[in-house]
Design a protein around this ligand. Structure first.
Ligand code: NAG
Ligand code: NAG
Ligand code: NAG
Length: 327
């Protein structure tokens, strides 16, 4: 059954060899963060993601899933979704109980935090890949490929002991395997299709230049801001002529509230050398028509002057003409 599905998917994606223009996410994964501040209190945080777009949340008070997009359930029926949410509820509640019960065996010292990521990814022209990794206190702990458990070196004796224990519960590993290798790819394909319009949309960036806080005497911090673009990949850099400036510093691509992205790229230059620098923005929505903004662009200043001066000037000319006519 699994083989059949993989074969089918492989065939499906073979037809996509010339799919280089494919836009949008290729992976779905769940993130779990479980905090254990002390022996009496613990909390789970959960979320579901398509690459960098969050589509599911987890209400830790009501232990229930939240669906952040109208298409977050993909092609799964309400009943299938309810069953999956039930599985995660039982799992998350059980997780806290088990960790507490085994805390002394594993010599865990409060406070500690456990992180998990599990999901699947469509690989260009190949069968989807699934993954599950766990971390303890920010260090890799284990991974679960192919119904086995592989302790991470950073996990030390605890990870080895954990894997040795879990491997005895083949039922659990098989259930995880079904979720990862069957349900996940099926859900991913469905949700990519259900959310196609939103996920493959193209939103053009808006870019503008400004001056940042002065980095030092006789120096300028040039700031190029780019906002409102979708999807996330974007290329922004400072140039002199066609020459990329190695001092360009790229910030993190940050989310806007409307689901589009924002980026800030700065350049620290000597005050006398700012003229002639430009900020260039390449993005898939621009269809090869890069945005290029020049620092201290005389035209833009000229334009602003024109916009400010023109209306009073016209008014004055109008008055003058009328005055002359009257005369
Ligand atoms: C355990 O941690 C929680 C959350 O930080 C805190 O509110 C609570 O008072 C702590 N309990 C004890 C017994 O320290
Ligand atoms: C979870 O939330 C859904 C609505 O989003 C609701 O229909 C369902 O009854 C809730 N389940 C539980 C167990 O609270
Ligand atoms: C999965 O199992 C196969 C054989 O059972 C093995 O060759 C492969 O390396 C395993 N994959 C990973 C990621 O360990």
């Amino acid at each position: 059954m699994l083989l059949l599905l993989l074969l089918l998917l492989a065939l499906l994606f073979q037809g996509g060899d010339n799919k280089d223009d494919f836009q949008g996410p290729t992976s779905f994964y769940l993130i779990q963060i479980s905090s254990f501040p002390n022996s009496t209190w613990a909390q789970n945080q959960g979320s579901g993601w398509l690459d960098d777009v969050q589509i599911h949340g987890w209400e830790s008070n009501s232990e229930n899933a939240t669906f952040l997009k109208p298409w977050s359930k993909g092609k799964f029926s309400d009943q299938e979704v309810t069953e999956l949410v039930d599985i995660f509820r039982v799992y998350l509640i059980g997780f806290i109980r088990e960790v507490r019960d085994f805390a002394s065996v594993f010599q865990m010292e409060y406070p500690f935090e456990i992180q998990g990521i599990a999901g699947c990814e469509l690989c260009h022209g190949e069968a989807p890949e699934s993954f599950l990794r766990g971390a303890l206190g920010g260090l890799d702990f284990l991974s679960i490929p192919n119904c086995s458990c592989v302790p991470a070196p950073e996990g030390g004796w605890r990870a080895k002991k954990f894997c040795a224990t879990i491997i005895q519960y083949q039922g659990i590993l098989e259930a995880i395997g079904k979720l990862l290798f069957l349900d996940c790819p099926q859900f991913l394909l469905g949700v990519l299709d259900a959310g196609k319009t939103a996920l493959q949309r193209q939103e053009k960036p808006v870019a503008w230049l400004s001056r940042g806080p002065t980095p030092g005497p006789d120096r300028l911090l040039l700031v190029c801001r780019v906002s409102g673009f979708y999807p996330k990949p974007v290329w922004v850099t400072w140039l002199r002529g066609e020459q990329e400036q190695p001092g360009s510093r790229r910030g993190d691509v940050l989310p806007n509230a409307d689901g589009t992205w924002y980026l800030r790229v700065t350049l620290d230059v000597a005050a006398g050398e700012a003229a002639g620098l430009s900020c260039r923005v390449k993005h898939s929505s621009l269809g090869g028509q890069d945005i290029v903004l020049y620092w201290g662009q005389p035209v833009s200043i000229g334009l602003i002057c024109l916009v400010i001066i023109l209306p009073p000037l016209l008014l004055f000319i109008g008055f003058a003409l009328r005055f002359m006519r009257h005369r």
